[in-house]
Unconditional design. Sequence first.
Lengths: 314, 293
Amino acid sequence: MSDYVLTVENVVKSFGKFRALDGASLSIPKGCIFGIIGPNGAGKSTLLRIVTSLAHPDSGRVTVNGINVEAYPRKALKGTGAIVDSPAFYPDLSARLNLDILSRGTGRKYRARRDELAEYTGIAGWLNHRVREFSLGMKQRLAITLALLPDSEFVILDEPTNGLDPNGIVDIRNLIRNLGAELGTTVLVTSHMLGEIEKICSNIAILNHGRIAAQGPMEEILRRSPVTLICTTEPDRAETLLKETFGPRILSVSTKEDGVLRVETASECAAELNETLVKNGFPVSMLENEPDRLERIFLELTRGESTVRNEVRS
Amino acid sequence: MILSIYHEIAKMASQKKHYIMLLGFAFLMALMVFVFWKFQDKFQEAAGGMVNGMPYLMKMTVLDPVKLCDGLMFARFSCQILFWVVMPIFAFMFAGESIACEQQDGTLRAYLSRGFSRTQFVIAKFIAVFAVILFYSMVFAALTLLIGIVFFGFSKMQITLFMGVPGEFPSAGLVSAKKAIASYFLATLYSAFALSAISSVSFLISVFVKRMTVAATGGLVFFFVSFIMQVVFSQFTEEIRPFLITRVMDGYSQMFTIDAVNWDSIIKSFAVMCIYWSVCVATPVVVLNIKEY
């Protein structure tokens, strides 16, 4: 049995002259919450559509639990629940019937699990209501419940926090986090909201130009050239000191307009920076990792190309 | 498969167009009661002389002429309009909506993303459309008969003549009410099959488009073109006439002649229906299995 729930190997998919996926490869380990981020037109939706057998790749191979999706879609996707694009339901049917129809669940065991999951996702009291009455947040919860039915071990959620208010975002974020921690479900989630991905996911892949630009555990990705912000007296002298002391380990040092030192290093060494400055008589009043690290890495990996790509598409 | 059919019927049952359908039926019934009431008077007036150019009709029977226009006669008369005009429109709507709306709403993508059988999906949908048509045909036929009996009473003997194929009237005769009612519901059953064949055109279109209106209108256009080819340009369409979709509906009229049913023609009509069913179900199966969503 494979250690990976999903493996994508050199998948190519073109729409006319436009190559949406250009040899994309990634692997999703069991039990993780895996995020895929990428600029518009990077190929995220196309990849999800291929994974869920909604589209066929021109070449390459996609397997779910070691089973080829293209050859045996039903068998491969048996334990997979997917919400591709925005959640779609039959508005005039009850939430309960929507779950039954779209998951094709039946039997006593299924009904018990459905009710249990509805309780878990917070829609138990709404099961008999028509979906027409649901807010977007409730629909997202219903979509997550559906994705988990009848007994999904792998859940694919496309932009699950799209269009939600801040409270809704926090609720859905916690829910997705708990899926992995409490139910042991492997979750594949895509989002434009990098902050959300950073908070939710244990592993990520950055998709750009139809290719995987980077992938791996979140910490590993974020450890790439970490940036430390340091507030100290005489930033110019401190800058020189750090350059001399750390040499090539420091990729760049600059002083921001507000006098804060911005130090980009090849590896995580905030503690050493602090120690060096203090030992040399530079009082450190603030030292922290630069926020939105994922955003910075994302922009570094995708900057420029997405603009060119959008121009090509138009 | 049974679960799929049940789900499809549940989806169709939730639609609001059922209210429109019931409203349309109620309006038609009100209109038909009025018309038949008037027709009854005229019938009585003419009883001593010519009745639609057929004086022998009255001479051959000892029945009170008014009694000939009873509830069952009303039902037979009304169902002609119901199954030729009203029901095809609703059948086109139900069939046209089946796949097109799911594509438009995104529920088709949600369903197919789980790797469920697409072939089963199409077949279940088609059977569900047929089940709904059959249900409404039977219910409307029963209601029409009930309304007829309430307003116009019921005779123990029924005249066979009235609803033959236009221009092909069989000789008139009398049959028992039991046989006439059996014939009435048999004709209704036939009409459900015929409507299913007719609506399959919309079903076929619905796999290519995302709007129910387009699929339903496409079916209607096909129906009317077929009608025009059969009736208006009949002398030029001799070769294709047996295959016209409206020709299939003729069998329904023939069933009303009660004791003069042309079974050979009915069997041919079923053969034509089979062609429509095969093409209009097989094509969506192939398309849905190839198409990307």
